[in-house]
Design a binder for this molecule. Structure first.
Ligand code: NAD
Length: 306
């Protein structure tokens, strides 16, 4: 297979490109605009791999996208603006890449008649849930601009499946952590701050709950959906490893050897969702389960960031 991976120089995308190169014979083309969030360093070692080609460019560039999609068998679309706080400051780049960029890819995929289109989405499209878990059938109720653009992309992708018969698959994963995540995100930022003796700014009272998956587990699940998933279907990918933000902060301080005095509580994020949690029966029926506990993954992450 020839697989076009967009956003492959970012956090999850670069882990997935490595996963493909290590575990398959597939030819991989990475398309990435190298925004502040992406870097060639994330693909260190993979750039020279004989089965890998790196192209710098945007998923919004129709001509380039058409050229790359024309000889691809499958597309895995990670490319996105991904930081909620930035989407609150300004949503325009989120609409451009997450919605218009996805539409550009979908149009090219229809024209080229690709075999698989995997849209990488997030648990945030469901909105918050105080008890229980979201299933793939639950309505979308995004509550911040980032999540709203991801939900829009899901709906567009699904509509191309219905209208054009494009073999679209959608995955919705919980919070990822592990190597090569941008330092603006909670776990890398707090590991570095904890080790440097700096403050760890926790939003609100730290009671917001997230489900955390080690990125390697997510890559395995995504690959399984790409190869074995049923076109037209949505698959939640979760770990069951729920932690409050305060628990995550304390675990990092423990792992790094910092002091609880470093924790400061700061004004809550606007529209901060209280809790996300996913039902994962469907992906488990495909034959996947997570291998990493939160603590084991955190140990790896600490080693990587320090
Ligand atoms: P990231 O911000 O680390 O990486 C995004 C990558 O996309 C970067 O390399 C960036 O340069 C690239 N990019 C941005 N705009 C582009 C454009 N117009 N054209 C081409 N490339 C562009 O993000 P991430 O955390 O790796 O997330 C990847 C995907 O997974 C996103 O779609 C995100 O919504 C989704 N997701 C992330 C998480 C998580 O916890 N990180 C959870 C669920 C879903």
């Amino acid at each position: 297979m020839r697989i076009l991976v967009t956003g492959g120089a970012g956090f999850i995308g670069s882990n997935y490109v490595r996963y493909l190169l290590e575990n398959s014979e597939d030819e991989v083309v990475t398309l990435d605009a190298l925004t502040y969030a992406g870097s060639r360093d994330n693909l260190d070692g993979a750039l020279e791999h004989p089965n890998h080609e790196f192209v710098e460019g945007s998923i919004c560039d129709q001509e380039l996208v058409e050229e790359l999609v024309s000889d691809a068998d499958a597309i895995v679309n990670f490319a996105a603006e991904s930081h909620v706080d930035r989407s609150i400051e300004g949503a325009a780049p989120f609409v451009e890449t997450n919605v218009e960029g996805t539409q550009t890819l979908l149009d090219a995929a229809v024209d080229a008649d690709v075999d698989r289109f995997l849209q990488i989405s997030t648990d945030e499209v469901y909105g918050q849930i105080l008890d229980g878990t979201f299933s793939e059938e639950d309505p979308l109720n995004p509550r911040n601009p980032y999540a709203a653009t991801k939900a829009s992309a899901d709906l567009l992708a699904k509509s191309y499946e219905t209208t054009h018969g494009l073999p679209v698959l959608i995955t919705r994963t919980c919070n990822n952590f592990g190597p090569r995540q941008h330092t603006e995100k909670l776990i890398p930022k707090f590991i570095r701050n904890a080790a440097a003796g700096n403050e760890l700014p926790v939003y609100g009272d730290g009671s917001n709950v997230r489900e955390w998956i080690y990125v390697e587990d997510n890559c395995q699940a995504l690959d399984l959906v790409l190869r074995e998933g049923e076109p037209g279907e949505v698959y939640n990918i979760g770990s069951g490893e729920e932690r409050t933000n305060l628990e995550v902060t304390e675990a990092i301080l423990d792992a790094v050897g910092g002091s609880e005095d470093q924790i400061t509580f700061v004004e809550d994020r606007a529209g901060h969702d209280q809790r996300y949690a996913l039902e994962t029966d469907k992906i488990e029926r495909l034959g996947w389960e997570p291998s990493w506990s939160f603590e084991a993954g955190l140990e790896q992450a600490v080693e990587y960031y320090l």
